[in-house]
Design a protein. Structure first.
Length: 283
């Protein structure tokens, strides 16, 4: 018998030992790609940077939840995409003016064509054809049913092919999208270091806590003031007056008519007549 050969166990990959190291590793892995995706979705460099920083701020605030998620990069990606496509950004004065466009290229034409699509179509197309996600995963991340995500994908491809006919071929479309996501936004600095992002997230949490404490104190003071100044018993309000139909208006004696005046003068002028028992005795 030949002795069995002992196969050495594979060396495990380095596992982050602390939450800070795990967050920094996730940031270094996902932030550059998320910056490119947010720029493709929004078409604005400033908004893309804000979306990535906001997503990682939220991830650091809820790190116990994100750390045990089955797909931490997907968790951060969903938050970044939601922020980049939020319709409330259209109300911000700083984002009302168009950004300077780079020189005309194929990448710019594709980016402008993508911005012509509705946001749900744009996001579905980026996830499925740009990142190569499956249709059920795309539907779950966009909070839609699988048939709805499939219809969005088909309509997005049709609309994009109408704007750029050479993208009617799905293979060409995927290659162009992958190249666009690999290029990154032009003239955008690299994402800030993870330590800066973590500090910003912690500062944001402190501001929220202070605001919550201040609002709670304001509610307590308002409640105490109301309890101190509120009446202790119920006083029903006086009912408003109403006009009663058919009843004459209360007033003084009516003015005598000419016939009434003649009758009064006659009664005063004539002597009292009638049975003696009705005549008063003035003695």
């Amino acid at each position: 018998m030949t002795p069995s050969t002992t196969v050495p166990a594979p060396v495990p990959a380095t596992v982050p030992a602390t939450p800070v190291e795990a967050f920094d590793a996730l940031y270094a892995y996902a932030a550059p790609a998320l910056l490119q995706q947010a720029y493709v979705l929004s078409g604005r460099r400033q908004l893309a940077q804000e979306a990535v920083e906001y997503a990682f701020h939220r991830a650091w605030e809820r790190w116990p939840e994100v750390a045990v998620d089955r797909d931490p990069p997907g968790w951060v990606r969903a938050v970044a995409h939601d922020y980049a496509l939020s319709p409330w950004h259209r109300l911000r004065p700083a984002l009302r003016h168009p950004e300077p466009e780079p020189p005309p290229t194929d990448a710019r034409a594709l980016r402008e064509a993508l911005l012509e699509l509705p946001p749900p179509y744009r996001r579905t197309l980026l996830l499925y054809d740009g990142l190569g996600m499956g249709l059920p995963e795309t539907a779950a991340e966009t909070e839609a049913s699988t048939p709805a995500a499939g219809h969005r994908l088909l309509h997005a491809r049709e609309a994009l092919a109408a704007l750029l006919p050479d993208l009617a071929d799905t293979r060409v479309l995927r290659e162009r999208l992958a190249a666009l996501l690999a290029q990154g936004p032009p003239a955008v600095p690299a994402p800030p270091p993870p330590r800066t992002v973590r500090a910003g997230g912690e500062r944001r949490v402190r501001l929220w806590m202070r605001g919550t404490v201040a609002m709670t104190a304001l509610i307590v003071v308002a409640t105490a003031f109301t309890a101190a100044t509120a009446p202790t018993r119920y006083e029903p309000p006086l009912a408003p007056g109403e006009a009663v139909a058919g009843v004459p208006v209360l007033s003084g004696p009516e003015r005598l008519t000419s016939q009434d005046e003649k009758l009064r003068a006659r009664l005063h002028a004539e002597q009292v007549t009638g049975p003696p028992r009705l005549v008063p005795d003035v003695r």
